[in-house]
Design a protein around this ligand. Sequence first.
Ligand code: PEP
Ligand code: MG
Length: 837
Amino acid sequence: MSLSSPSSVVRPELVRLAAQPVDKNDAIAQAAQMLVAAGCIDPAYVDSFYRREQVSNTFLGHGVAIPHGMVEDRALIRQTGVAVLQVPQGVDWNAGQQARLVVAIAAQSDAHIALLRRLTRLMQDDAAMVDLFATGSAAVIVRALSEDRAMGANGIAAQDLPECFAWTVDYPNGLHARPANAWVEAAKGFSSRIQVRLGREAADAKALVPLLQLGARCGDALVISAQGEDAAAAIARMRTVITRLSSQEKADAAQAERREAARAARPRWQPVSSLPRFSGLTASPGLAVAPVHVIAEQRLMVPDVPQSLVEGGNRLQQALILTQESLHTLADDTARRLGETEAAIFKAHSELLNDPELVTLTCQMMVDGHGVAWAWHQAVEQLANRLAAVGSPVLAARAADIRDVGRRVLARLEPSLPLGSLTALPNEPVILIAEDLSPSDTAGLDQERIAGLATALGGPTSHTAILARTLGLPAMVGGDSGLLSIASGTIGILDGDLGCLYLNPTAADLDSARQWQQQLADQRAAEEQQRSLPATTTDGHRIEIAANINRADQAAMALSQGADGVGLMRTEFLFLERDHAPDEDEQAAAYLAMGQALDGRPLIVRALDIGGDKQVAHLKLPREENPFLGVRGSRLLLRSPDLLEPQVRALYRAARDGAALSIMFPMITSVSEILSLRETCEQIRQELQAPVVPVGIMVEVPAAAMMADVLARHVDFFSIGTNDLTQYTLAIDRQHPDLAAEADSLHPAVLRLIRATVDGAKAHGRWVGVCGGIAGDPFGATVLLGLGVDELSMTPRDIPAVKARLRTVSLAQAQQVAAQALACETADAVRTLEGVA
Ligand code: PEP
Ligand code: MG
């Protein structure tokens, strides 16, 4: 009989209530004896339970232990069975871990997974667990653990709430973390209880982990239901969010399929000789030839330093707040550097931290007398192990996410721990081999030192794989664990298209692989050549195309995508992701490095835009009720000479040393701000005897757009920040989970303000750029061209498509589309013009 069969193997005669084992070994002996007596196991198998305890921790958490034997002894199992020992007083399992329910498992196949799944669900409900620890009825335990009475997360058979709708999952990859996170965010906006049911199991729609544990796949029928004051509105909202995501999910999957088909159709490199190889799954295409560098799995020893509960609680809270802030920043930076899809990974991570279970588990252990860092680490491991134990690749990937985010918090709780595993890399490029890489590791990889990635764990849709593709690094995932025993320094050839790693290539193999790389490089160069052509319309009008990048090491990539220069270097990144403000020297070096990397091409450096969505914890600025309308950008600079002056000095020093830079101030609303800022600039410039550089402003506030003809007298150029201009024009918070999708920069109201800005600038012979997201949309770029914009600055990877589109239209056509757009009533109407542009 299998655990997954409807008739459960948890039988009343295998439940012993109110047991009082003297210790853990006695508890195991009693449970194992019941299995022997029931004919489930050979008496020799009892020893296997003890051997298991030597090599793994069978304490599951929340008072539950699951002793089981070794895989190699399975032949001694006669029949799958489970014995339950209820120990109301508890028995010490490991240091700090008390078991109240000992569930001894003898499973012939992987049948124990179903039981584990039910247990993990049950354990999310403390009240249900407390009942099981104390109940006087074996039937209650049998019912709770048996599949026949499958449960919702609350421990009772799931029933729909009064307001509900049914929906069949049509996300090709099922309900994975990114869409699930959007569901959670939407659900949290309501006070009602909201539940998602799949079959007989239900999960709270406001908690990410239980929602993911449903494991909903494409084609599964779900019922989303709600109960409470705002239940009707909640259901309407959930329906909109859930169904709206379908097209995005399908588009993502279709794009992945197209990429896969293109990949499959491409000719492949073949080794000349028969080489030893490790196979895995293809994660990111390309061929890498380099020595391998193996990152040994680090067993983290977190010291257990008890402290008072109050102190532990405070430290935990502080660490969680700081981590949330840095994840927010990382998401922001990743969105700008790589894209929204990649940034969503870190938003989902931040949601994982909101899961009450992690904090609850940690607190329970602190109550038991453990130190906060140790308790947190244990809680993360327990939760991650539990997810991994379900046996689903999707949940295994979530386990990696939980560990990743857990590590971030741990670094705050115990800064002395060696958590940065990727810091000690050789200087030469290597093929990095690791058991797994966290998304943070991958996002922060130094591309100069990494030729490719090969991991033992992970799947093609894991976050590591997604990021590797974005970074253009050949990668394979899910390789054999033998990968980790390869000696560092062995020469390898990683074929990301096939998902395999060849070792010890012969000279002929190396030759052929390098030739292949050369061919790929030539092909890429031909494509680059195409991208490097200027964005000139069919009637000969040229528009400058620039990149939004923040670091000098991104310049080469931006230029290879076809950038004519950098139109927006956001300097906040120098202040974010670190715990102190960079000094003047450090800033000057960063600006000069960017100038040098651009080799004389134009560079627009934006002065600090802190506030609003970009908070820097270590500056300890006062909390504002409404930060988007508060002391943000230039308003902050004008109030903080300690921020403004070192930055302006650093900029002029870089200019004096040869950087062809312009200075741009963010969030300008009035002439007086410009005059003050210019005065500071001029004073510092004279002190440093630096050259005059253009000083411009961002037009991000409707007041600036409307007054452009006045402001233009005092500046050298404008760059329109359509992200903020849209937010302030439409009164939609750019990060609002429900409304952000409606904040379309092609709204006619925004376009009219852009036109007003262009008119104001032209009256004084100034040029106008756009550096908000719409500049990177090929149709948006056409409209902007038609509105008279001179420069477009965007995420580098948007450049090729924008250039290609602009080279197909004439200025006259673009002007016609722009005129029509200005006359449209809605953003949707503007978008329908795409067919004619
Ligand atoms: C904008 O507001 O459009 C802009 C480019 O600036 P940021 O996104 O950094 O606020
Ligand atoms: Mg802005």
